[in-house]
Ligand binder design. Structure first.
Ligand code: C5P
Length: 242
């Protein structure tokens, strides 16, 4: 439930990666999944969520797969949902794609609107996780992220995969997405991080570098990132049960 009616919630979907580890010719966000593509499944979650006002998608310039989806699928779907879909150009790293998206969003949104940055490659996100983020973070100043407490014993290894140490796991969490922050706070933090040469792999890292402490909200373990071919099979299984 939207607790703060004055501020809008925007989804920001970085989708400009090539997905090298997937070993596929087609970028992983465009691979088929449960009757659609991975990115269409991801977009559906946000298009259908009542609290999300609009979506920014960062894609590689001239991306033919995106053009196909955007022209044939989502303009229609977004019309019926009356949600704007803003297209931004992706950058060299994920952090550049997100920053470009936030800059594109700035002319449509207020500085203190919330952005929920979510990987295109995480199509199994549940609407209930978006609800939890909105409920638990909307009254905070610096936002937070979905995460999972570390369930396994954790090892530190050398390059030959020889174990050097067992790491105390009680304070360790895996960072998931969405990661929810006020638009301007995140834009400034990402811009500062990149200027300082820190190519952060998630939004929280940029906020941490600015001296703030984002909150972690425990998410659903099914919110996997499609990285290797087996992950796609797992995601298919997820959709067959939902
Ligand atoms: O490669 P990885 O799985 O970490 O990418 C996470 C998300 O960031 C993916 O949805 C991918 O498309 C996106 N990305 C991006 N721009 C890049 C690299 C990755 O938008 N330069």
């Amino acid at each position: 439930m939207n607790l703060n009616t004055a501020k809008k919630y925007w989804a920001v979907i970085p989708a400009a990666g090539v997905g090298k580890r997937m070993g596929s010719q087609i970028p992983k966000q465009y691979l088929p999944l449960a009757g659609k593509t991975v990115i269409e499944q991801t977009l559906s979650v946000f298009l259908q969520h009542p609290d999300i006002h609009g979506i920014v998608v960062a894609v590689t310039q001239g991306d033919p797969y995106w053009q196909e989806i955007y022209e044939h699928q989502y303009i229609k779907e977004s019309d019926s949902n009356e949600k704007p879909i803003i297209v931004a150009i992706g950058g060299v790293e994920r952090c550049h794609s997100v920053l470009n998206s936030l800059e594109a969003l700035s002319s449509h949104a207020s500085d203190d609107d919330w952005v929920l940055v979510h990987d295109a490659a995480r199509p199994c996100l549940k609407a209930a996780d978006i609800d939890c983020l909105i409920e638990q973070l909307s009254e905070t100043k610096s936002g937070g992220i979905l995460g999972l407490p570390m369930a396994d014993t954790v090892k530190r290894c050398d390059k030959e995969q020889k174990i050097l140490a067992t790491v105390e796991r009680s304070e360790l969490w895996r960072a998931l997405t969405p990661q929810m922050f006020p638009l301007k706070l995140l834009k400034d933090a990402l811009s500062d991080a990149i200027k300082a040469g820190a190519l952060v792999t998630d939004e929280a890292s940029a906020i941490e570098l600015s001296g703030l402490k984002p909150q972690i909200v425990e998410g659903h373990p099914g919110n996997i990132k499609i990285t290797h071919p087996n992950d796609l099979q797992l995601a298919e299984l997820f959709f067959s049960f939902n």
